[in-house]
Design a protein around this ligand. Structure first.
Ligand SMILES: Cc1cc2nc3c(=O)[nH]c(=O)nc-3n(C[C@H](O)[C@H](O)[C@H](O)COP(=O)(O)O)c2cc1C
Length: 248
C-alpha cells in the first residue's frame, strides 16, 4: 500500500512504479483519523522548501500505521535539504519508525526558482528510471536504509521555514485567458480555490503549484515565476491529478 501526495505527477508516477495499491493523501484527509494495516506501507510525496509538505505532516499526525515495514520516497528537483531529517522528526513525534527512507531526483516544478524547459532538458542526466529501479529492488528486499542527510541541512530547513512566503496566494494572478473550467479548483489538494467570476483563493494554500501547472490556458501566473512554461510529469495526465486531489 502506498499513500501519496502529488501536485504535478512526479510522485504519482513513482508511486505507480512501486506499487499498485495507491491511496491519495488529500482524499484520506477528508476523514478524521486513519489506521492502516499491511505488511509494507509506503509514503511517496514531494519535497517542499527543503522539508515535508504540511499536508503530509498533518496526515502522518492523524494516522496510525500497523506494519513491519514503513517506508518513504521523497521526490525532489534540485536540493532536498533537510527533508529526510524533517520526516524523521515528524516520525519521532508520532512514535513511528521508518525502515527505509530514500529520495529521488526528478524535474523541479518550483516556478519561482526554475525554468521548466531547462529543467526538462536536465532529465537524461537525472537518471530517473535507473534510480526508480534501484528503489524497486530495495523495497522488494525490504532493505533497511535511511539516506543520510546532515545536521547543517536540517538547520537550513528550519531557516527556510522561517523565511518562506506564507502569503503565497497573494502572488497568484489570473489573466483573461481564464475560461472558468474549474480545473484549478479540482487539482487543489485542500479545496482552497472556489470558482466565482474567476478562481478565488482562500487562505489555506499549500504552495504546491498544482493549480498553476494544470491550468489548460496558462491563465494563472505567479508574479515571481521564472517562466510561463508549465510542467506535468510526462507519464501522468491532469485527469489523474484531479482524481488524486479533488476533495470538493
Ligand atoms: C512549494 C514547493 C517547494 C519546493 N521545494 C523544493 C526544495 O526545497 N528542494 C527541491 O529539490 N525541490 C523542491 N521542489 C520541487 C519538487 O519537490 C519536485 O519537483 C517534486 O518532484 C514535485 O512532485 P510532484 O510532481 O509529485 O508534485 C519544490 C516544489 C514546490 C511546489
Amino acid at each position: 500500500m502506498i499513500l501519496y501526495f502529488t501536485a504535478t505527477g512526479n510522485s504519482l508516477y513513482v508511486a505507480k512504479k512501486l506499487e499498485s495499491n495507491l491511496i491519495s493523501i488529500p482524499q484520506l484527509l477528508k476523514n478524521d483519523n486513519h489506521i492502516f494495516e499491511e505488511e509494507k506501507i509506503g509514503l511517496v510525496f514531494p519535497c517542499f522548501h527543503s522539508g515535508v509538505p504540511k499536508i503530509v505532516e498533518d496526515f502522518i499526525e492523524r494516522s496510525e500505521f500497523k506494519t513491519q515495514y514503513l517506508y518513504a520516497v521523497i521526490t525532489f528537483g534540485a536540493f532536498s535539504g533537510g527533508s529526510i531529517n524533517h520526516l524523521i522528526d515528524i516520525a519521532k513525534r508520532n512514535n513511528l519508525k521508518f525502515s527505509y527512507i530514500n529520495e529521488l531526483l526528478m524535474v523541479d516544478n518550483y516556478l519561482p526558482m526554475f525554468d521548466v524547459k531547462k529543467e526538462i532538458e536536465k532529465v537524461p542526466q537525472k537518471r530517473i528510471e535507473e534510480s526508480i529501479q534501484l528503489i524497486v529492488e530495495d523495497l522488494k528486499n525490504m532493505r533497511i536504509y535511511i539516506k543520510k542527510s546532515n545536521k547543517i541541512l536540517n538547520f537550513m530547513r528550519s531557516l527556510m521555514d522561517k523565511f518562506y512566503d506564507r502569503n503565497f496566494e497573494r502572488k497568484f494572478t489570473i489573466n483573461n485567458q481564464c475560461i472558468l473550467c474549474g480545473i484549478c479548483s479540482k487539482v487543489c489538494p485542500v479545496g482552497n480555490i472556489s470558482m466565482k467570476q474567476k478562481p478565488e483563493y482562500s487562505n489555506n494554500c499549500q504552495h504546491c503549484l498544482s493549480c498553476i501547472h494544470n491550468c489548460p490556458t496558462k491563465a494563472i501566473n505567479l508574479i515571481n515565476q521564472k517562466t510561463t512554461d508549465r510542467y506535468i510529469n510526462e507519464h501522468i495526465n491532469t485527469k489523474e491529478i484531479i482524481k488524486s486531489n479533488n476533495i470538493l
